[in-house]
Ligand binder design. Structure first.
Ligand code: C2O
Ligand code: CU
Ligand code: CU
Length: 478
């Protein structure tokens, strides 16, 4: 079956219907080769452990002709290299903050203890270096690292503090899918920015409590990118790294593609489609077959009506591999605690809340115990036609989507997820369990909604250590 529509059936609540919507425009710069973040080299790797050193630093990046843009990045001036975690190994991440202000290092999508998760309770002050360690034991997937200081996550991510994490495992290694990173396994970090006359980003000037956006697509930190296609089948690891923008993606000629993975795992079965919408912080991996084209042809990837990446077809290495019908077998534990968490995301602008409250670093909003598998029922109380899609994200876990408005989830929502778009009036039912103790945030991933208080936190306790105390920061002592 080939799906030829976005699964979000109603267009009335897409961001392009909003008064403040900024449509994308092809920037007025000559086409640039798509930057592909290389793999970050471990400082050390053994059979059992991997060590990385990650430095957040200010810099300048030549994005437009003329003045360089002041940007922030990890081990470079903007964004960062891709970090590889091999499943089964213990990962040691040493972070150094060379920024003039405090930051945090959030491992978005990782099942790690609260003090490793990098939410707002674990600040790195300017000049500080500290190391976190954890065992990586979750399926192959594309996750990401980004800054998460409350309440300035939006500004720090906008400045460039985001990069990909790729988890590798045995299953991924054996699947007949494109996996030559940089050749036929290509990341696409989708972001948008507004450049002012001085070639700078001025976050506060462009501040909008419903999310900061700009007209210029920036893909892997490249403006007006092209990519030279030399392999017939290419896998794209797409991250929506924008603060607020949804990307409605489709190719020229309505070229079909196959989604193979979502946020936290492969999909159990591939899904064939011509259009895909990705809300903030979600990841989708797709495989595109360029086999119908010949050298010299050009294929474009669009968001709505705007081309955002140009693919120039060259002599291609043929690829007759067939995607298997089953990509992964995921655990699906049974609900073993009848307690149902009810989460209501309400409001827009400054009025955003979760369950009628704004985020408070000192308040625990819910509790769950490791080993317990519970339903979380999450709804968006915005009014149809005047509300927004809130991408609901949970730290510290990967969940399964049980239903959407009482019906089956969308065909591409059957893998592990950590972020799910919830439209006005919608309710999604999730099956959630945790593997590590700690205090974890859950929130809307429109980053300005998160910073504006559409966030809450859960205390996850290990039954073997039920009295474990977790240190909570507060705004005043930060
Ligand atoms: Cu991408 Cu609270 O996270
Ligand atoms: Cu997260
Ligand atoms: Cu929101």
């Amino acid at each position: 079956k080939l799906y030829t529509h976005y699964f979000y059936t109603d267009t009335k609540d897409w961001d392009d219907q909003d008064d403040s919507f900024v449509p994308l425009q092809v920037p007025n710069v000559k086409p640039q080769k798509l930057g592909i973040p290389e793999f970050l080299r471990p400082t050390k790797e053994t059979k059992t452990d991997m060590y990385y050193h990650i430095i957040s630093e200010p810099g300048e990046t030549q994005l437009l002709p003329g003045a360089k843009t002041k940007t922030w990045g990890y081990n470079q001036s903007l964004l960062g290299k891709t970090i590889v975690f091999k499943r089964g190994k213990t990962i040691h991440l040493t972070y150094t903050n060379k920024l003039p202000i405090l930051t945090t290092y959030h491992l978005h999508g990782l099942n790690v203890p609260g003090d490793v998760d990098g939410g707002c309770h674990t600040p790195w002050y300017p000049g500080q270096t500290k190391t976190v360690s954890f065992k990586c034991d979750q399926p192959a997937s594309t996750c990401w690292l980004h800054a998460h200081p409350c309440p300035s996550t939006g500004e720090q991510v906008w400045k460039g503090l985001a990069c990909l994490i790729v988890i590798l495992d045995k299953n991924a290694e054996h699947l007949p899918i494109p996996k030559k990173y940089g050749v036929n396994d290509i990341p696409l970090i989708l972001q948008d920015r507004k450049f002012h006359k001085d070639n700078q980003w001025h976050y506060m000037k462009d501040y909008d409590p419903d999310g900061v956006q700009g007209p210029t697509p920036m893909i892997n930190g490249t403006l007006n990118p092209y990519f030279d296609v030399t392999a017939q089948k290419i896998r794209f690891r797409i991250l929506n790294g924008a603060n607020r923008r949804e990307w409605r993606l489709h190719f020229s000629d309505d070229l079909p593609f196959t989604q193979i993975a979502g946020d936290g795992s492969f999909l159990p079965h591939p899904v064939h489609m011509t259009k895909i919408m990705i809300t903030c912080a979600e990841r989708d991996e797709i495989v595109v077959d360029f086999g119908q084209y010949k050298p010299g042809d050009v294929v474009k990837l669009y968001c709505d009506k705007t081309p955002i990446v140009t693919f120039r077809i060259h002599q291609m290495t043929p690829d007759n591999s067939k995607l298997p019908h089953t990509l992964v077998k995921l655990p699906n534990p049974k609900i073993n605690n009848p307690y149902v968490h009810k989460i209501v995301m309400s409001g827009t602008d400054e009025k955003v809340e979760i369950n009628g409250k704004k985020f408070n670093m000192q308040r625990i909003d819910s509790k769950q115990t490791i080993g317990q598998v519970e339903y979380w029922v999450v709804s968006n109380s915005n009014k149809y036609c005047s509300g927004m899609i809130h991408p609901y994200h949970m730290h510290g876990c990967q969940f399964l989507v049980v239903s959407r408005n009482g019906h089956a989830p969308y065909p591409n929502e059957h893998g592990f997820k950590d972020t799910i778009g919830v439209s006005p009036g919608e309710t999604v039912k999730l099956k959630v369990w945790f593997t590590c103790p700690g205090v974890f945030m859950y929130h809307c991933h429109i980053i300005e909604h998160e910073d504006g208080g559409m966030m809450a936190q859960i205390k996850v306790t290990d039954p073997k250590n039920p009295n474990q105390k977790f240190h909570l920061m507060d705004m005043k002592t930060l």
